[in-house]
Design a protein around this ligand. Structure first.
Ligand code: S3P
Length: 432
């Protein structure tokens, strides 16, 4: 377990900041760049632990990846058929995206590979990708009947599929689209609500034939992918912690520059605005196929709302910090349709309910969400991160507006997605 940290209440958060690059887009830049012809230059790549797991996985398959001093990453693409059998087990660390997307990709390669991960990832369900990939002809073996890693993959010989996913999951969708790259004909994934579409956007940007339609997306097999330059926008999931912090700490005014505003990800801005939060979207623009904007946020009086349906996949990773905003909002916030939170890095319904309750918040865990009665002051105390980066950062945000100091244990996990979180937070804190 890594070290703990004590956080005390702060004066207003002020200034102009940028947040690190988008984690989902950074993963895909390596995966898709590796399969393209030519050199893909990536600016703004997130050097978090999850993305470094993806980077190391592709190096193990013979892909040359330069990490330049200016932060740029250059991927020497090997074409669609250029990956080599890895000499060792691929360690995905804590990264579900690495494991699930790579399972699709590896199932289609003419070689053997093994994927494993840390103790959290080895507990997470993989059947959601192993099931449909098996229908495509994949041979994948794992613990608990193929549901849990380590996964051993005897690749090759896939055929296309039309799959109705029971969950709105970009990891499931992307895994099947990546497998579909290697199949004859069209592979189609239907989903109940649109999940993040970074794979579709990037594959199409690299030259693949992608046909999105209402309720799903189709990919045509065997494209020629051509290397492109990628500009990774700031991660809205990381910005979310700063947005909520600025809303709940009185006297805050913060400009967060260069935030990815893909509509499949920007549910957090809609939620916080619906709660009465003052967030202005400035300078909306596009960079390498992704919408980007600057967000100006000011402290606000928040009120409770109901969150469910299509908003949930658009804000799935932000719901932990939404529960913190809700604890500081007047009235009740109800989060429903978010059963997926139970199978993230931790069971985030259980972890957030337990930790907010320790500080005196009135929270009830529901099977598929949380009911939060907001407006009571939160006290100081000792809380746990559960080894989950988003729980650690959510509790840090709660601490900034609590009445006493809050100690969070095991904070090293924030390096998964936001290695500079603590430094960045310190740069915008002012004296009380
Ligand atoms: C991700 C998809 C989401 C998200 C995860 C990253 C991705 O998972 O929670 O942090 O990069 O595709 P699901 O698609 O399983 O909901």
């Amino acid at each position: 377990m890594t070290k703990s940290r004590e956080i005390s209440a702060t004066g207003g958060l002020r200034g102009e900041i940028t947040v690190p690059g988008d984690k989902s887009i950074s993963h895909r830049s390596i995966m898709i760049g590796a399969m393209a012809a030519g050199k893909t230059r990536v600016q703004g790549f997130l050097r978090g632990e999850d993305n470094l797991s993806t980077l190391n996985a592709f190096r193990l398959m013979g892909v040359e990846i330069e990490e330049c001093e200016n932060g740029e990453i250059i991927i020497h693409g090997r074409g669609l058929k250029g990956l080599e059998e890895p000499l060792d087990v691929i360690d995905c660390g804590n990264s579900g995206t690495t494991m699930r997307l790579m399972t699709g990709l590896l199932a289609a390669q003419p070689f053997f590979s093994v994927l494993t991960g840390d103790k959290y990832l080895r507990r997470r369900p993989m059947k959601r990708v192993v099931g449909p990939l098996t229908e495509m002809g994949a041979r994948i073996f794992g613990r608990e009947g193929g549901d849990k890693a380590p996964l051993a993959i005897v690749g090759g010989g896939l055929h296309s599929l039309s799959y109705h996913s029971p969950i709105a999951s970009a990891q499931v969708k992307s895994s099947l689209l990546l497998a579909g790259l290697f199949c004859d004909g069209e592979t189609t994934v239907y989903e109940p609500h649109l999940s993040r579409d970074h794979s579709e956007r990037m594959l199409s940007y690299f030259g693949a034939e992608i046909k999105p339609f209402s309720g799903g997306v189709t990919i045509v097999g065997h494209p020629r992918l051509e290397a492109r330059d990628i500009l990774v926008p700031g991660d809205i999931s990381s910005a979310a912690f700063l947005l909520v912090a600025a809303l709940i700490v009185p006297g805050s005014e913060l400009l967060v520059r260069n935030v990815g505003m893909n509509p499949t990800r920007s549910g957090i801005v809609d939620i916080l605005q619906q709660m009465g939060g003052s967030i202005c979207i400035l300078n909306a623009r596009e960079a390498a196929g992704e919408p980007v904007a600057d967000l100006l946020v000011k402290s606000s009086d928040l009120h409770g709302i109901e969150i469910g349906g299509e908003l949930v996949p658009r804000a799935i990773d932000e719901l932990p910090v939404v529960s913190v905003a809700a604890a500081f909002a007047q009235g009740t916030t109800l989060i429903r349709d978010a059963h997926e939170l139970r199978v993230k890095e931790t069971d985030r319904i259980a972890s957030m309910t337990a930790e907010l309750t320790r500080l005196g918040a009135r929270v009830t865990a529901l099977d598929d969400g949380m009911r939060i009665h907001g407006g009571d002051a939160l006290a100081g105390g000792a809380v746990r991160s559960h080894g989950d980066h988003r729980v650690a950062m959510s509790m840090a945000v709660a601490a900034l507006a609590a009445t006493g100091p809050v100690t969070i244990d095991d904070i090293g996990c924030t390096a998964t997605s936001f290695p500079d979180f603590w430094t960045l937070l310190d740069t915008c804190r002012s004296e009380r």
